[in-house]
Design a protein around this ligand. Structure first.
Ligand code: NDP
Length: 363
């Protein structure tokens, strides 16, 4: 059984349905309606099932704080600002990004079904979790799905030491005859959530991920939380292509923050703050508008099969396709449970006690 990550004795396991129920209960207690709470819970549980520990239930505390501080509007009413056959611009009314994102992607899919393409921008939203969740919704409907979002400033543009860019992720999913292809990535070397994981584990980070407030490469995650910055994909300077990660991140800000009429990453705030003003894009492409779906899937299968047959580098065990490790991890965790770091479990217990709901039942 394959599983991503290093799971040791500091983790406990919990059944998928138990974790889902717990998150739904938390959100309902905080005033979210049950249907929307289920959408939110599915997003976080999917991240944990797929091995994206940085964006699963370890982030619940932040969303709870966002609601309690008034930053997140649990009674938000999504408004269509502009709309055409293939596009829409939505105002998220400061709601939970996961719920707005799910609904926006559904709108994009419906437009793509009728007109070949759905391109839906959202402004005035909050942190939406893993970008891949939304791209996968389209792939499950046999379409190509693309999602991106801007996020609060944590990344220094190439040759700068100031935080300006978000870790602005992009996800792209496409159907095949087996599991979808799913590229889901931050445009920084790592998302800040990965540093939160290292911080909890009191571990050093690989040198090259980030700089301290003076611009020195650091292996101490605290340096980043204390005024340092993450580096764009490609790292410091231009030698390994840092300027390309920088450009990808700006591209995402231009499409999401600038084109939507929202703000670019520098002015995006954390979920705990009012008007965090996060902007997203959801795109669905109807494959049948271009070629028969069965031909597309056959071509995808052929390309993937060719990659799998390439000569493997002696240092590595496997040539992977994007999304594959996540799907295998999901299969494993549906059988043996989702690992939760003990310190995260303590935080979840505190939330449960404060809200007077049942604590999470571990295996
Ligand atoms: P990773 O570096 O873990 O993975 C990036 C992509 O590469 C995934 O599609 C992954 O697939 C794939 N992959 C991993 N190893 C290989 C390999 N050897 N060969 C081929 N493909 C591979 O992602 P990040 O740490 O950059 O991002 C983690 C999550 O954080 C994402 O879900 C992202 O959307 C989210 N995020 C959210 C932000 C927000 O503001 N909302 C901000 C930044 C990030 P697989 O899943 O199968 O491993």
């Amino acid at each position: 059984m394959f599983e991503k990550g290093e799971i040791d004795e500091n983790y406990v396991r919990v059944e998928r349905d138990e974790l889902f129920k717990f998150i739904v209960n938390v959100m309902v207690k905080l005033g979210v309606n049950r249907r929307d709470a289920k959408i939110f819970a599915d997003n976080l549980v999917t991240a944990d099932l797929r091995g994206v520990e940085s964006h699963g239930v370890q982030r619940l505390k932040r969303y709870v704080n966002g609601i309690l501080s008034g930053g997140v509007n649990v009674k938000s009413k999504i408004r269509i600002v502009r709309e055409g056959e293939t596009y829409a611009l939505l105002d998220g009314d400061r709601g939970l990004g996961q719920i707005i994102g799910f609904k926006a992607m559904k709108i994009a899919i419906n437009k793509a079904r009728d007109h070949g393409l759905g391109f839906v921008l959202v402004k005035n939203s909050n942190h939406y979790g893993i970008a891949g969740y939304y791209a996968l919704i389209a792939a499950k409907e046999e379409m190509i799905g693309i999602s991106m979002t801007n996020s609060r400033p944590l990344v220094a543009p190439t040759n700068s030491i100031d935080r300006f860019l978000g870790t602005n992720p992009i996800a792209f999913a496409a159907p095949t005859n087996s599991r979808p292809f799913l590229l889901d990535m931050a445009t920084s070397i790592v998302p800040i959530g990965k540093l939160e994981v290292y911080r909890r584990k009191e571990r050093k980070i690989p040198r090259g991920w980030a700089i301290d407030s003076n611009g020195n490469l650091t292996d101490n995650p605290e340096d980043v939380f204390n005024g340092g910055a993450l580096l764009p994909l490609g790292g410091l300077g231009e030698i390994l292509g840092g300027h390309k990660g920088y450009g990808l991140s700006l591209m995402i800000d231009i499409i999401t923050g600038i084109l939507s009429g929202g703000v670019w990453s520098r002015y995006v705030k954390n979920t705990e703050h009012r008007d965090s003003n996060v902007s997203h894009l959801f795109t669905a492409i109807n494959i049948e508008a271009f070629m028969p779906l069965k031909d597309f899937k056959k071509r995808m299968d052929e390309m993937i099969a060719e990659i799998k047959k390439l000569r493997r580098h002696s240092k590595f065990n496997e040539i992977w396709i994007h999304g594959e490790k996540g799907f295998l991890t999901e299969e494993t965790r549906l059988k043996i449970g989702i690992p939760i770091y003990r310190k995260v479990l303590c935080e979840l217990n505190i939330i449960a006690d404060q809200l007077r709901i049942d604590r999470l039942k571990v295996k």
